[in-house]
Each structure stands twice: as structure tokens, then as C-alpha cells.
Design a protein around this ligand. Sequence first.
Ligand SMILES: *Cc1c(COP(=O)(O)O)cnc(C)c1O
Length: 484
Amino acid sequence: MSRKTLPAEGMAQDTLFETLEAFKAEDLDWHSGKIFAYVYDAGREAEKVGKDAFRMFLTENALDPTAFPSLLRFENDLVAMALSHLNAPEGGSGTFTSGGTESIMLAVKAAREHARQHRPEITAPEMILPVTAHAAFHKSAKYLGIKVVTTPVDPVSYEAIPGAIKEALTDQTILVVASTPSYAHGVIDPVAPIAAIAQEAGVLCHVDACVGGFLLPYFRRHGADIADFDFSVPGVTSMSMDFHKYAFTPKGSSVVLYRDASLRQQQYFACAGWTGYTVINPAVQSSKSGGPLAGAWAVLHHFGDAGYAEVAGRVRDASLRLREGIEALEDLQLMGDPRFCMLAFESKTINVFALADELKERGWYVQAQHRFGEHPQNIHLSIHPANVDWVEPFLKDLGEAVAAVRTQPAPQLPEGMMQAIQAMAGTRVAPEQLMGMLAMAGISGSALPSRMADINGLLNELPPDFKEQLLTVFLGHLFSPSEA
Ligand SMILES: *Cc1c(COP(=O)(O)O)cnc(C)c1O
């Protein structure tokens, strides 16, 4: 076996950084403005501010807020600004976290501890999730031992259905969730009726504003028709909001917020039961870099309210133009009524996975989303400031790509694949068999083919548990220790 080892001698710095640059050159070129996912790019200036501040505090450790009062100040400032932004009443509080997933996990943990203390009759806690709620809630449920009860969304509007949530309540329910918006379709759930149902039942209600919470208030100022979605709605007990999405800060920055600081107390972890220092961790991490805190603080102060309002106006305008352009193409159908700067469209006539490939060949990166139950496969766009000047070129290429796909034969699953899938349904499949299926779809080793339509076509047909197994094996394959 020839596994990579430490280099025998240290590398010269110029070689080292040349090597890093070479690695980076293989990555998605997100500065292009032609990428509709992963990076929320507000331009070079905001990027520099965030990175410079991040570097300044990168080595400082937020493990002990008394040793680094600068980091404590950043956190208290960020939480205060977030609470004000989302209309939290006096007595609200929150915690800075590494991202939406951690914010959500902490809110779920707080809900579980709250139930243990105040509702001891609950022995098998349940959480109600509309099917559009982010996977981070499912992850939290797995980590924390909570049962997920999913509810349908409206097949036309893609909004969560309050009546379905009400019906799903049991004497074991600890938490109800609404998303503003949900990621996949960019649709905002009706928070007020959902929170009212939760309140009436004596259940906590979390609003996942990870992606939308920061810019939605500005969208409203610019005239978007968006109902109250934050702590101004009675019954909303906690919220999550990411800075590292639409506040354009460096990654690793989000907040979880509570209407009442006593609920936040349930999220804390304390341990004096070992030989070392007493550990009191508000969040999941223990040792943690001050970089994300400083980066977020700096970028929020760089833009200020007026700066964000201006950016939000441009992004909203671009989103509306994109929406109009998409609606003008008769092969594409917008899903729901997206009022934020994210949208998804399906097609009843052409293969959207082939469309994504055609767009990629024209330099665009869009996200293909697979069918889920009765909700069809589609293309997702997250629109951010760097995309604003690219709306018209994108729409032109989109029209051409649609025309190109229309003339192509529909991609077919390889011979026998569907039967093989059906035969394996409901069983645990051996990793070798799964890799065999990936090979049939054109994946060998860790290399993805440049055209993804066949693979997406395969994944689109798989039941969720099967898709989870297949992609887990694939990812395990990607993360293989390097060869020498
Ligand atoms: C991105 C996102 C999350 C998860 O956040 P991460 O920062 O990726 O961990 C949760 N909910 C919604 C709606 C999101 O868009």
C-alpha cells in the first residue's frame, strides 16, 4: 500500500502556495457570477472585508469568553443585531453558531430538554416537519433521538399546510417547524397559522429563517408581499438565521435565537465531571476560531442597514426579471410563488437534467433537484448579487438550452437498471452492488462525468432510502485516504 505520508522535509513557502493555487484552479469558478449555488457573492470589497477580519481573529479561541473579550463582544453584538432584525421582544437571546445546521440542532436540543423538564409525560418526543423543511432537522432528529413526523405541502403553492400540521400533533409533539423560505423552492410557509396551532397545543415553534431571515425584511421594504414571519408572530419560540448566506459573511456564521432566554439555557452543555477544566459550551463546538465571529461582525458593519437595503433591491429586481424570463418559456413551469431570491422550475415537456447539462456547457452552474413523492424533478436557482448583471445573458442561454434539449432524444436508464432497482427495493444493498450501479450510470472511481443527466436520471428513480445508501457509498468512496 502506498498511502500519502508527511513530506520528509518541509516545503518552501513559494512552492507551497503555488501548489495551493493550483488546487484552487480546479474548483468551481464562483467569482464568475454564473453560479447559482454554494457561494453568496456580494463582490470583491465585501469579500475582502470578511476575509481580513477573519484572518485577524482566526487564531483567537472563543472557548473561553473571559480570555478573549473581543470575541464575546462580537457574539453579543451579532445576537443583538439579529434579535432586533427579527423583532424579538425584550428578554430574547441567542447564540452564534457555525452554520444553519448547528443552529437548528441547538434549537431542537433546547426543545427536547425543555420537554424533559416541563412535560415529563413525553417519553418518545416527536417533531413535525413539512416535507420542505431542511434536511438539518432530520439530521438533528437522528442525532438527538427524536421521531420525525412529516406533513405534506400544497402541490401548487409548495407552502406547508397548517391543517395537516394540526392533524399531526400528538401528545408526544415537542416542536413544530416552518421555513421562511424553504430552500428547495424558495417558498415561504404561512408562519402565523402554524405558530398559532403550536401555541394552542402548548408546543414550541421554530421558524427556519436560515436562508431568508436576513434579507426578507429588506424585500418587504422594497414592496415584496411577505406576511409577518418572525418573532412579531405570537407562538414563534425560536428562529435560525445564517449570516453566511444572504448577509454575505465568511462561512461558519449563523445564529439561533429564542424569544425567551430561559429556553436558550436548555441548549447549553455543562460538564465538571472530569479531571480537566469545567466545560460550559453554549453550542456544539468547544475550541472555536474567532475568525467567523470577526468576519461576520465586520461584514455587517461594512454594509450597514442602508448597504443591505441597496443590495437587496438589486437582488430582488434581478430575481423578478429572472422569474419573468422563465415564465415566458413555455417549456418551463415555475414552482409555487417564490417571493424571495430563490426559485425552482420544472418542465412537463423536456428533461431538466439534460437542461442543467446544457447550461453547464454554456458556463452556468444550476442545481438539479430530484423528484420527491409527487413533487417533480426541477432546477433550483439561488440568486445573489454577483448574478445581477448576468440575468439577460442567462435567460438568452436558457432559451437556447431549452431548444437544444427539445431536439435531443430523452436520456434512457441503462438496460435492466429499473428492474435491478425494483428487485433491491426495501433491502440493504451491498456497497459493491451499489458501486456497480454507479458504474452502469457512468461513474467510475471518484470522477463524475461532465454530463450528469444519466446519473440524475437514475437518482431520480430511486426511493429515498435507496438513494441515501447509494450516495453514502459514493461519498465514502470520494473520501478515501490519498495515495502517495
Ligand atoms: C442552508 C440552509 C440550512 C442549513 O444551513 P447550513 O449553513 O448549510 O448548515 C437550513 N435551512 C435552510 C432553509 C437553509 O437554506
